[in-house]
Design a protein around this ligand. Structure first.
Ligand SMILES: NC(=O)c1ccc[n+]([C@@H]2O[C@H](COP(=O)([O-])OP(=O)(O)OC[C@H]3O[C@@H](n4cnc5c(N)ncnc54)[C@H](OP(=O)(O)O)[C@@H]3O)[C@@H](O)[C@H]2O)c1
Length: 352
């Protein structure tokens, strides 16, 4: 099988380097092109500062960083791009790439709330991928986004409960510093500290969660109408966003029924066997002190799906209220791994 030629935009960044790791020996995709800021044009990728354990994979270290230009992507025969760019930069190049017929899988927020662009977390909303057919009718475009890293962890934790009648959701996050990219926060600000505000994060959680959990209606998505409240807080961990979740239903529920829902939640058939799809996307623990970033950020099997599963613990159920703590890997599940899984699904559905 001939592999699909792909590029990583923002390959030197924190998310970009997680893409590199996931694309080593990928069965469907072949990384041929890497781009970063203009200042690095012509440099070897291997010279960039390491942001992942093990550094830039040796197999890609000789790749030369290209200018961020759609003509370069087209001339190199790139069929899909994985975007790990800041939103302001992503807006132009993602639009240009999509117009040129290149399929875009983006981590940036630039197009997430566009009515014809899915925010795809396929365990929850794989039918939303069909929205791109409407983009193609109007503009030839193909942009698929994944959510903000906090939203991804939240909705994955909610996935087992989406058949219930949810009225209200109250969440508080404990977010790792890697969520802010490199160099991120100054040690003066975050060391020995907790910062109860992350600019722009709370509205993203509210809007993206409602869209992801909504239903396709014709050409658009009708968001869920839950009452949602979020506090987003930065803590001193390096990787892994922990979220405290409080769900209110319209009727009482029993703890055993809730536990069964979590334990029985499985990957939809359409994702089964995809290289980066975790066998179990949500893992439940009764251990009183888990999940913890230190021990649980690599949850997920098989090997390629390490870091793709959310871990749920501290489950409490009282009357119509379900409470739990969920943890997910913001760089893998919440970023690069999420995009790669979305592209694998599009590949399986012959959309690439
Ligand atoms: N970190 C997370 O947990 C996370 C999770 C989900 C989504 N995201 C989103 O993913 C994107 C990347 O995040 P990150 O954390 O990887 O950021 P980052 O570490 O700051 O990396 C940004 C990348 O974009 C490149 N870049 C910056 N400005 C550019 C420009 N004007 N032209 C071309 N390239 C430019 C950088 O190249 P140089 O190295 O040459 O500067 C670098 O490769 C952001 O949109 C972010 O919101 C991040």
């Amino acid at each position: 099988m001939e592999k699909v030629k792909c590029a990583v935009l923002g390959a030197t960044g924190v998310v970009g380097q997680n893409f590199l790791k996931l694309l080593v020996d990928h069965p469907y995709f072949e990384l041929t092109t890497v781009c970063a800021s203009d200042a690095r044009k012509g440099q070897k990728l291997g010279g960039a500062k390491e942001h992942v354990p093990g550094g830039i994979p040796a197999v890609f270290s000789e790749l030369i960083l290209e200018a961020m230009n759609v003509n370069v992507l087209v001339s190199r025969g790139v069929q899909i791009v994985f975007s790990a760019l800041p939103a302001s930069t992503a807006a132009g190049i993602e639009r240009d790439a999509a117009k040129a017929g290149i399929k875009v899988f983006s981590n940036a927020s630039a197009y997430r709330m566009h009515p014809q662009v899915p925010i795809l977390i396929p365990e929850i909303n794989y039918p939303h991928l069909d929205l791109v057919k409407n983009q193609q009718k109007e503009t030839d475009g193909f942009i698929v986004t994944n959510a903000n890293c906090t939203t991804t962890g939240l909705v994955l934790g909610l996935a087992p409960f989406l058949s219930l009648n949810i009225k209200k959701l109250v969440v508080a996050s404990y977010q790792a510093v890697s969520g802010a990219g490199y160099p991120g926060l100054s040690i003066f600000d975050i060391s020995n500290n907790v910062i109860p505000y992350i600019a722009g994060e709370e509205p993203k959680v509210l809007d993206e969660c409602a869209k992801i959990c909504g239903q396709v209606d014709g050409a658009e998505i009708v968001p869920v109408d839950w009452d949602i409240y979020a506090h987003c807080v930065r803590v001193q961990t390096i990787i892994g966003h922990l979220i405290s979740v409080h769900i209110e239903l319209d009727e009482k529920i029993d703890r055993n029924d809730v536990k069964n829902l979590v334990e029985q939640f499985s990957t939809p058939e359409i994702l089964a066997g995809l290289p980066t799809a975790p066998d179990r996307p949500v893992i439940f623990t009764e251990a009183p002190d888990r999940p913890q970033p230190r021990y649980d950020i690599e949850a997920g099997t098989p090997e390629r799906a390490k870091g793709m599963a959310a871990v749920i613990g501290r489950l409490e159920v009282r009357d119509n209220v379900i409470r739990f703590i969920t943890l997910s890997n913001n760089l893998v599940r919440g970023a690069a791994g999420g995009s790669v899984l979305n592209a694998e699904l599009a590949f399986r559905r012959n959309m690439i």
